[in-house]
Write a protein that binds this ligand. Structure first.
Ligand code: FAD
Ligand code: EPU
Length: 342
């Protein structure tokens, strides 16, 4: 007998995207097992629809109604799967809330993920753009993941090298884009944990609190304090975090910019290139705190675009394009959006 999936039609996505955009999905399926993905794949009607795998909706921009099937990953569960001399291995299901999972690891006494505290979204989406903050990226503690392949219907495993992680990048933004749903992620949390406080603002926060040898808990608390001060809470103001990636340029480009703009904020990368602070570039163009229709630029962080109330995806895109044009005209630098446009 065919399995009946609890699909809902003409489903409102406003509650499921942190920008708070009012858009509808043609079909919506809460997914609580890999089997449900298999059944959706073998359903004649559902299999023909375009697919969107959804987590917490915190890195998405819904530009219009989605004419396809939203697969909302809701599997839960966290477990320690093993250990060796170097690490403890912890597996978390895709639908686990990221911050809740980080806090759970800290409660067990496992360090490693504390710098990534308070990033919105779910575990299953964390590898997609190799989430990063305050000097740490997911890849630093990532061991492996399992995912469902929509082409073959098989479940496969990828290790750290196989994910081809980069700055806000992974294989899931290239070959595997729209072809796979991550089911769970396993982390290798180091036994010889050492605090990573190289990020200037984090070091400063700990110094202000008079902490010189922080525990993982203290690093997490410091990160939470910084983030709460300067990033908008999506429950209050719709947003998707940084709207643009920090552009990477050659040393020659950075040197030329620095000559014209001595205050330019840039960070040297291991390969000799430089990362420019997009927030600084946008700020210099006078956009911070500005409003255009129902879309705006956050008052405390120019890299964050916000929904001032009732914005459509197109309002946000219009503002983003105006910002890109100004940054290009003033600095000759191209800004690339970070959220996924749907
Ligand atoms: P969604 O928005 O639901 O999806 C994002 C993408 O991943 C989509 O392409 C979706 O199809 C895909 N996807 C989701 N789940 C799966 C899955 N299980 N399998 C396959 N594909 C999937 N990001 C950072 O890196 N660093 C930060 O410091 C940071 N700060 C933020 C602060 C705020 C206030 C906000 C709103 C966002 C911030 N972000 C940050 C962005 C966002 O939190 C991360 O990208 C997060 O990992 C997105 O998770 P999500 O579950 O909400 O993904
Ligand atoms: N800046 C300004 N004006 C602004 C904003 C920033 O001059 O309005 C300057 C700051 O003074 C600082 C520099 O830009 O010197 C960098 O700012 P910040 O430390 O706030 O970091 P960011 O580059 O804006 C990145 C990530 C964040 C991550 C933080 C902390 C990207 C695209 N963004 O922001 O990630 O939390 O560093 O590591 O890499 C996200 O991806 O959604 C996100 C929030």
């Amino acid at each position: 007998m065919a399995t009946v999936l609890p699909v809902q039609y003409d489903f409102l996505l406003k509650r499921f995207n942190t920008f708070g955009i009012e858009a509808k999905a043609k079909a919506y399926l809460p997914v609580t097992s890999a089997d449900m993905l298999s059944h959706a794949k073998s359903d004649d009607f559902l299999a023909r629809l375009p697919r969107l795998v959804l987590g917490g909706g915190s890195n998405l921009l819904l530009t219009e109604d989605f004419p396809g099937l939203v697969l909302h990953m809701q599997m839960t569960g966290v477990q320690v799967t093993g250990e060796d001399e170097t690490a403890v291995y912890v597996k978390a299901a895709a639908g686990e809330n990221w911050h809740g999972f980080v806090q759970w690891t800290l409660q067990q006494g496992f360090g490693g993920l504390e710098n990534l505290s308070l990033i919105p979204g779910n575990v299953g989406a964390a590898p997609i753009q190799n989430i990063g903050a305050y000097g740490v990226e997911l890849k630093d503690c990532f061991h492996s993941l399992t995912a469902f392949d929509f082409n073959t219907g098989n479940v496969f495993t990828l290790d750290n090298a196989g994910c081809r992680f980069g700055y806000r990048d992974s294989i899931f933004k290239h070959e595997l884009r729209e072809n796979a749903a991550i089911l769970d992620v396993t982390f290798a949390l180091p036994k010889n944990w050492q605090a990573n406080t190289q990020y200037g603002e984090l070091a400063q926060e700990l110094a202000t609190q008079g902490i010189s040898a922080p525990t993982a808990r203290q690093v997490s608390d410091a990160v939470i304090a910084i983030r709460t001060r300067k990033l908008p809470d999506p429950a209050v103001v719709g947003n998707a975090g940084s709207f643009f990636k920090n552009p990477i340029v050659t040393k020659a480009v950075r040197d030329a910019l620095l000559e014209r703009h001595p205050q330019l904020v840039s960070y040297p990368q291991a390969d000799g290139s430089y990362k420019l602070a997009a927030g600084w570039l946008i700020d210099q163009c006078g956009w911070k705190g500005k409003t255009r229709g129902a879309a705006g630029v956050y008052e405390k962080q120019a890299l964050v675009l916000v929904n001032r109330g009732g914005a459509t995806g197109k309002d946000i895109v219009g503002l983003a394009v105006a910002i890109q044009e100004d940054v290009m005209a003033k600095f000759g630098v191209k800004l690339e959006p970070e959220p996924v446009f749907v």
